[in-house]
Design a protein around this ligand. Structure first.
Ligand code: C2O
Length: 547
């Protein structure tokens, strides 16, 4: 196993998109940031130096961080932010994960431009469980704002209203040639007749589940979230923010140019559907030559599903199976039921209407089990938990919602007025955990991409309506369910996940739509800090940033 050393310098960099130049926050001047490539079993050592004027942290999305919780990255959860002028070195070893993950800023909305791919190839000497592709191409789906994303979220927080939506979706940082001023920078992905390209597709968008399709080509899914899946063939993918999907694409069509395109599944912000589409071009090397400057031959465009095509999403997500038989916990020690959804809080008396510009003079919030998560400001939760400092987090996050009702019906917002607090749920080391994640239709039903730090989990079932243990438990797949770190909870429905709490630490679980985490759709698991060698959280590294 190797040790890979990298330096990340966070800095403001002029970036030109959609006809305008902006100062975007980048890593090493690159947008998207550098791709990290390692093998399973390797160690990454990344020194992050902050030369920007914002606080920053970096999260290694999907990395288990087994006993290295101090390197996980969410600000005020496992560390205080790296202040302007400061630095911090993240150190961790990848154990047993292979495929595609990614890294991103975990501080305010900085991940809009601070993100990149993290590719984990098989252990040295091992090979893929599928025919080795001739090429591999990371495909990072993202969002671009003309405005400064930090200003966008600050404005929303100040007013209580929904934030402005982005101005473009992007593929590898480029909006593509359906947008203004973007055609000459459209990403070209090469392929040749008879060869296979492994596309490592990552949804790095802030607030938007996305469909992805390549004209006239089938995609064979072989992995997701750095776990191998039983191969299945599809014409379209759907990824919630945070999710990754590895697909093989064969050069089996007439040599030409084909669009690969992504566009919205649903609207994350209850905004009118934005039918803009981001494109890149799959180009056969033997295709007839277009002029180099402008594309004279229009590529073939795929037909993307409609923005509300949940049937396609359901068929796709139910196709995922782990490649091998897996060790799903069959007995459960902790059976939890968490609602996930939005809320609208009444305007507090001392607020003033300028700060309550949500629907009917309310403020947007979001919650799990009606708790709207508040990040502490003085110390990270992990530090407080490891050192036994009281008052930062209370271990009374409810195992069940405070109220049972028809979650998917036409629910009055007054039923659930989220209560702001920093609550965690304690898990004993090695306990077997099941969480039912139930969407609520308060304000609006949505497909919430729920991400758990520090673990992969099995998605044993998903469905629509209200989860019913009596009739739904029999549908659980305990043989070969997919192992993931982010589950797209069906709109107006539920998903059930299982994992074993074998990693001591403080682990955030949250909706990966950034606007929802801003509004409080998060909680933390506090996993045993006993005194056995395995239960105890290790002491922090010497350079851990303090508040
Ligand atoms: Cu990729 Cu806490 O997130």
């Amino acid at each position: 196993a190797k040790i890979h050393h990298h330096e990340f310098v966070i800095q403001a960099t002029p970036v030109k998109r959609l006809c305008k130049t902006h100062n975007a926050i980048t890593v090493n001047g690159q947008y998207p940031g550098p791709t990290l490539e390692i093998n399973n079993g390797d160690t990454l050592v990344v020194k992050v130096t902050n030369k920007a004027r914002y606080n920053v942290t970096i999260h290694w999305h999907g990395i288990r961080q087994f006993r290295t919780g101090w390197a996980d990255g969410p600000e005020f959860v496992t560390q205080c932010p790296i202040r302007p002028g400061g630095s911090y070195t993240y150190r961790f070893t990848v154990q047993g994960q292979e495929g595609t993950l990614w890294w991103h800023a975990h501080s305010s909305w900085l991940r809009a431009t601070v993100y990149g791919a993290l590719i984990i190839r098989p252990k040295e000497g091992d090979s893929y469980p599928f025919t080795k592709p001739k090429r591999e191409t990371p495909i990072l789906l993202g969002e671009w704002w003309d405005a400064n994303p930090i200003a966008v979220v600050r404005q929303a927080t100040r007013t209580g209203a929904a934030p402005n939506v982005s101005d473009a979706y992007t593929i590898n940082g480029q909006p593509g040639d359906l947008y203004n001023c973007s055609s000459k920078d459209t990403i070209i992905v090469p392929i040749d007749s008879g060869e296979t390209n492994l596309l490592r597709v990552i949804n790095a968008a802030l607030n938007q589940p996305l469909f992805f399709k390549v004209a006239n080509h089938k995609l064979t899914v072989v992995g997701a979230d750095a776990s191998y899946t039983k191969p299945f063939t599809t014409s379209v993918l759907m990824l919630g923010p945070g999710q990754t999907t590895d697909v093989l694409i064969n050069g089996d069509q007439p040599p030409s140019r084909y669009y690969m395109a992504a566009r919205a599944y649903q609207s994350a912000q209850n905004a009118p559907f934005d039918n803009t589409t981001t494109t890149a071009i799959l180009e056969y090397k033997s295709a007839p030559c277009p002029s180099k400057k402008g594309l004279t031959i229009k590529p073939i465009m795929p037909t993307l599903p409609a923005f509300n095509d949940t049937a396609t999403v359901t068929a796709f997500s139910r196709s995922f199976k782990s490649l091998n038989k897996v060790l799903v916990p069959t007995e459960i020690d902790e059976s939890l039921f968490f609602t996930v959804g939005l809320g609208l809080n009444n305007c507090p008396k001392n607020f003033g209407s300028a700060r309550c510009q949500g629907p009917n003079g309310t403020r947007f919030t979001a919650s799990m089990n009606n708790v709207s998560f508040q990040f502490p400001k003085q110390i990270s939760i992990l530090q407080a938990y490891q050192q036994g400092i009281p008052g930062v987090v209370t271990p009374d996050f409810p195992a069940n919602p405070p109220l049972k009702f028809d979650y998917t019906g036409n629910v009055s917002r007054s039923l659930f007025q989220p209560v702001a607090a920093t609550k965690g749920y304690k898990l004993k080391y090695n306990s077997r955990v099941q969480v039912v994640l139930q969407d609520t239709s308060i304000v609006t039903p949505e497909n919430h991409p729920i991400h758990l730090h520090g673990y992969d989990f099995y998605i044993v079932a998903e469905g629509f309506g209200n989860f019913d243990p009596k009739k739904d438990t029999s549908k659980f797949n305990l043989v070969d369910p997919p192992l993931r770190n982010t589950v797209a909870v069906p709109v107006n429905g539920w998903a059930v996940i299982r994992f074993v709490a074998d990693n001591p630490g403080v682990w955030l679980m949250h909706c990966h739509l950034d606007v929802h985490i801003t509004w409080g759709l998060a909680m933390v698991f506090l996993v045993d800090n006993g005194f056995g060698e395995l239960q105890s959280i290790e002491p922090p590294p010497a350079d851990l940033p303090l508040c």
